[in-house]
Every structure is written in structure tokens, then in C-alpha cells.
Design a protein around this ligand. Structure first.
Ligand SMILES: [Zn+2]
Length: 270
């Protein structure tokens, strides 16, 4: 390969790397190909997203220093068709969607201060592609599409975000009284949440959906039951973690988010 060509490919690869990392989670084997900070190998988040301040002090950001087993690490991507085949048309649509700044949906998803991985989750949610049971059932990965939390027949993305009882209670506590008929693909038409500023509005929506998804995962995979109060408090914790990501002029929205979340906690404890 010519030197120029190689350089071009390298640039392209480098620009795709963060996206690749956001798309895949690692099942730890020997840890050799796992980036300690930027890959997701424990829970739902990369350590850099969970501990942003610590990450900024970390000298070797690419370190891979865990020795855990003899098996090679296995990467699991939301875009895997099978174990080693990627759904390239979906990846293409994703890249295209990110480039289309003028599309209202693209702006809603990507033009805010949410961490890229969480934006990616939200994009998948809007596309109906998150790894919920109604999506895993046809691939024979789970033996039933039913919701393990409430027993509803189909655990669809909309079910997790708007219909599962905890989700209904959550939205009601922060001011969306009725979630019946709401769909993730239709955020533009969903009633604005009172007290949440227009600036970074979608970041708040994304944060709420992300915490609902993490709560679902905690319950499904780890049998942890997080109640409504804890869920709202975890939104508050997450909001504070996102503060350093906010542009200077937007940092104050975190106080407004906190007010809404605090008053939601107060309504439920009465
Ligand atoms: Zn449910």
C-alpha cells in the first residue's frame, strides 16, 4: 500500500475508533484487547463516563492491564447480526444520521452534551434496536419476549421507556402525567417537561431514558430492585456527572434539572 493511502486509512480508523468503542461492550477474557477506561467491561458504562474527573487525571488512557482468564476478550456489538457478522447497513445509517445536522431527530439525539455512548444508546432506542427481549427473542437469545419486571407479553423499547409500571410512575413524578400512546420514535411530539430549560433539553430526556434502561438492566441481569425514589436520585447523580461535559453557558441547566428531580422525590415520599 502507498504511504499516502495508508495515512488516509489510519485517519479514518482513528476517527471511527470512539464510535466503535461506543458500539461494543467487552466480555472480559484475558483483558489484552480491552481498554480499561474507554471500553465497557463492567455494568453499562465505561469507567471514563462514570468517573470523568479521575479519567482526566489518568496518564495512560489506553491502558489494558487486567489479567483475568485465558480466553480472548469477546466484543459484543449491538450491530452484530451473528457472533462475527456486523449489520453494516445499520452502521451506515448511523454514520449518515450523525452527519445530518439539519434533521430535527438528528439534532435532538446528537447536538447536546450527553456522553457519546449515551447518545448512541438513545439513537438505538429511537431506531427500536436496543437489546430488549422483544428484539432478542426472534434471534433465539432469550426464550420469551415477555417483560421480566411486570410480566407484560412484549418487552419492547416503548414498553421499557413508557409502559412498564416503574416508567409510568417515573414520568408522572417528573411531570408527564399520561404516557399511554407515547413512543420513543416520537419525542418531538411529547409534552415538554415543566422546569427543564430548552437549552440541553434533549440531554435531560436522554439522561432519563438512560437511567430507566440501566434500572431495567440492574433488575434483569443482577436482580437488583431499584425503587422509584432511588431511580430519581440516580438521575440526579448522573446529572452531576455530566456537569463537566456541559459548555460553560449551559452548566446552570444542571441546577434546574436538580430542582425538578428534587421536587419529584418530594412528591413520592409524601
Ligand atoms: Zn414491564
Amino acid at each position: 500500500m502507498h504511504g499516502d493511502n495508508l495515512g488516509h486509512h489510519w485517519e479514518l480508523l482513528k476517527s471511527l475508533l470512539p464510535l466503535y468503542q461506543a458500539l461494543t461492550t467487552v466480555q472480559l477474557g484475558d483483558g489484552r484487547s480491552t481498554l480499561l477506561w474507554t471500553n465497557v467491561w463492567t455494568g453499562d458504562e465505561a469507567l471514563e463516563d462514570r468517573f470523568p474527573r479521575l479519567f482526566s487525571h489518568c496518564i495512560n488512557k489506553g491502558c489494558t492491564q487486567l489479567q483475568l482468564s485465558d480466553q480472548p476478550d469477546m466484543r459484543l456489538s449491538t450491530f452484530s447480526r451473528t457472533k462475527d457478522k456486523l449489520d453494516t447497513s445499520a452502521i451506515y445509517r448511523l454514520l449518515k444520521a450523525r452527519g445530518q445536522e439539519n434533521y430535527p431527530t438528528s439534532t435532538f439525539i446528537w447536538r447536546n452534551a450527553a456522553p457519546p455512548r449515551v447518545q448512541m444508546f438513545f439513537w438505538l432506542l429511537l431506531e427500536g434496536r436496543i437489546q430488549c427481549r422483544s428484539n432478542l427473542f426472534p434471534k433465539k437469545i432469550v426464550d420469551s419476549p415477555a417483560c421480566l419486571i411486570c410480566g407484560a407479553a412484549h418487552e419492547t423499547p416503548d414498553h421499557i421507556i413508557f409502559q412498564c409500571p416503574i416508567a409510568v410512575q417515573f414520568w408522572s413524578a417528573i411531570g408527564i402525567q399520561s404516557t399511554s400512546g407515547l413512543q420513543c420514535s416520537n419525542w418531538q411530539n411529547i409534552q415538554k417537561i415543566r422546569g427543564i430549560p430548552d437549552d440541553q433539553y434533549s440531554a435531560f430526556v436522554i439522561l432519563c431514558c438512560w437511567e430507566l434502561w440501566k434500572r431495567r438492566n440492574a433488575s434483569v441481569f443482577r436482580d437488583e430492585q431499584i425503587n422509584l425514589r432511588q431511580l430519581i436520585l440516580s438521575c440526579k447523580t448522573q446529572a452531576n456527572l455530566w456537569r463537566p461535559r456541559m459548555p460553560k453557558k449551559s452548566k446552570k441547566v444542571i441546577e434546574d434539572w436538580t430542582k425538578v428531580l428534587d421536587s419529584a422525590v418530594n412528591t413520592i415520599s409524601m
